[in-house]
Design a protein around this ligand. Structure first.
Ligand code: F6R
Length: 615
């Protein structure tokens, strides 16, 4: 996600801001920028050169330094969501007067309607971002005579979505106004200086006192002082933070590793992926996708290609698309796909799923699909990744950068993005009624809360992991969407805990692998309710009676499942097609805890690379 930094009261702010942006680089970013209030206006510099952008800013500002003597300054590292990663879309964004500059982290859900209204009122937009509308909204309120803080509060009252922002204006040269909703913002103070940042690492060493801004609070920073109000203007005391972290711990937000940080970011990743997908008429609308409804209407077959965890997300989507859209849906391991003779026509929709958007096998697979005439859509977490550029259309998961090698939050976001695609196809093909689509989307809106509940149960998973510390052989069994969940659970255990783990379709076990079941084998069964739940329980009873230790992922209160299990990992229930988004969480936690108990580095498992760009 984007990084934000701001400072006022510092006579030489630019090196401080550039240093902080450098600190924020670890979050992943594609462009960067700085603005200072100087010479009665705004001095601004931006660069869009991928992970070299902050270095470019340093060079640019050495070659063309800002005017001496300036007021407040703000800086930003951008992780693109709306609009390509170009210099024009890099923050800070200005209003029409060029006297206001704003940086933002998050997504403004109603930016389309706000933009249309502002443009109709004569505002000129110079970027494709959702962010820029906020600069112009604040401008509009300042033109009506409000101060920067008052105008910001009024503007934010009109905005839906998630944001943390920092704004400066030439009329109030030493002031920064900051606010947040759903994304973090930390404030800092030292003698004569006030600072803000999107995360703690950027403030370490710069501030003596740190404060957290809460949702819908607005802070006014002036040299050495901070005052905070609600959106309505009522003064509040910000919560003081007592941080004893070093830089490395702070980058992990206090978590022991990136994997646990990223697992805890899953509710936000899913919420962001769901955001802004419906038009004012309530119909699904995938603006960024580039493929038109006419393109999608003529699709008569879907073929999804991916690797690893992305492949497992694709397998879940197969159940959803076939059920909702009644279109034949094939899922292929990307490295196999192009070496057989896949049958595709111009009516085939080939979907490449890749967190990084750079995986060579998947990239070559979509290239082959394109050559065979298929329409190619890419589901990627990285804006303007190679695959996103290569495809006819793109649908972004908005999980933010994933640092841990084992995919967690991106896997869940991929399932959600693919299911949104499934519902969009159902809308276009008329296979579901608007009411059925609305009901599925409403249930999807509950997913962040259900994931949160699942995450809160980690100590119960830790207890089970503690009892399995001697185990060396694991089977993960599932049916229906439980099957890809089983594959994902087994993959996580293999790659993190280095334990032999096979993911299997539970019904297939009796056709061979059941010969391997003996006392000491651990069977992890996915027993969340779907229409094969009873059959799954029979398969589990078969392995239980042969001496396996059985661990079941089951819906809260499911006594029948508990009766055939040695240990149960309880999850809050939800409808079968959405259940992987919640039920995978305890599988991640189990692999995580076993890996830690075995003393392994969960962020950098042996022999693995985060992005595999070789065949
Ligand atoms: C497993 C994992 C990998 C990736 C696979 C594809 O935890 O992370 O299996 O899912 O390498 O990577 P992307 O999605 O970047 O194409």
């Amino acid at each position: 996600m984007c990084g934000i930094f701001g400072v006022t009261g510092e006579p030489d702010a630019l090196p401080l801001i550039l240093g902080a942006l450098h600190q924020l680089e670890y979050r992943g970013y594609d462009s960067a920028g700085v603005a200072l209030v100087a010479d009665g206006g705004i001095w601004r510099v931006r660069a869009a050169d991928g992970t070299r952008s902050v270095a470019d800013l340093s060079q640019l500002t050495t070659d063309h330094p800002p005017p001496v003597g300036h007021g407040a300054g703000i800086g930003h590292t951008r992780w693109a969501t709306h609009g390509h990663p170009t210099a024009e879309n890099a923050h800070p964004h200005l209003d029409c007067t060029g006297r206001l500059a704003l940086v933002h982290n998050g997504i403004i859900e109603n930016h389309g309607a706000l933009r249309a209204d502002l443009v109709a009122g004569g505002h000129i937009m110079s970027s494709a971002t959702d962010t820029e509308v906020m600069a112009h909204l604040i401008e509009r309120h300042m033109a009506a005579g409000l101060s920067l803080a008052e105008a910001t509060r009024a503007a934010l009252g009109l905005v839906r979505g998630a944001f943390s922002i920092a704004v400066v204006h030439a009329d109030e040269p030493d002031t920064i106004v900051a606010a947040r909703r759903s994304t973090p913002l930390v404030l800092g103070l030292r003698q004569g200086v006030a600072l803000l940042a999107s995360d703690i690492p950027a403030l370490l060493g710069h501030a003596r006192q740190l404060y957290a801004l809460a949702d819908d609070e607005v802070a006014v920073l002036t040299p050495g002082a901070i005052s905070v109000t609600t959106l309505a203007g009522t003064p509040v005391r910000p919560e003081e933070l007592h941080i004893a972290w070093d830089l490395e711990a702070a980058r992990k937000d206090g978590y022991e590793d990136f994997m646990s940080k990223e697992m805890h970011e899953q509710p936000g990743a899913v919420a962001a992926t769901l955001l802004d997908r419906r038009g004012p008429d309530g119909r699904l609308r995938l603006d960024e996708m580039r493929l038109s409804p006419a393109d999608l209407r003529q699709v008569d077959k879907v073929c999804i290609v991916a690797c690893g965890s992305s492949y497992h997300a694709a397998l879940v989507a197969k159940y959803a698309i076939e059920h909702w859209v009644k279109l034949p849906t094939e899922v292929d391991i990307a490295s196999e796909f192009r070496y057989r003779d896949p049958v595709m026509t111009e009516r085939t929709l080939c979907v490449g799923v890749s967190q990084s958007g750079e995986t060579l096998d998947t990239s070559k697979a979509i290239e082959e699909a394109s050559r065979l005439g298929a329409k190619v859509l890419v589901v990627s977490n990285v804006v303007d990744s190679s695959m996103a550029r290569q495809a006819d259309g793109v649908l972004y998961t908005r999980a933010g950068p994933e640092v841990g090698v084992a995919s967690t939050k991106c896997h869940l976001a991929q399932i959600v993005a693919l299911e949104i695609l499934g519902l969009t196809l159902a809308q276009i093909h008329g296979t579901l009624t608007p009411e059925q689509i609305a009901s599925a989307l409403n249930e999807m809106d509950r997913l962040p809360e259900l994931i949160e509940q699942a995450l809160r149960r980690s100590s119960a998973v830790d207890d089970v992991a503690g009892k399995l510390i001697e185990a060396r052989d694991f089977f993960f069994l599932g049916r229906h969407v439980g099957y890809p969940m089983a594959l994902e659970g087994a993959l996580k255990l293999k790659e993190l805990a280095y334990l032999r783990a096979e993911g299997y379709a539970a019904g297939e076990l009796k056709h061979g692998p059941i010969a391997l079941i003996e006392p000491g084998t651990v069977v992890v069964g996915i027993a969340t309710r779907n229409r094969l739940w009873e059959k799954l329980l029979s398969n589990i009873a078969e392995v239980h009676s042969r001496g396996a230790t059985v661990v079941l992922v089951a819906d809260d209160g499911d006594r029948e499942a508990a009766a055939v299990a040695d240990h149960v990992l309880w999850v809050p229930p939800c409808s079968p097609l959405l259940s992987p988004v919640v039920g995978v969480v305890p599988l991640q936690q189990l692999a995580y805890r076993l890996a830690r108990l075995h003393g392994h580095d969960v962020d950098r498992p042996r022999n693995l690379a985060k992005t595999v760009t070789v065949e």
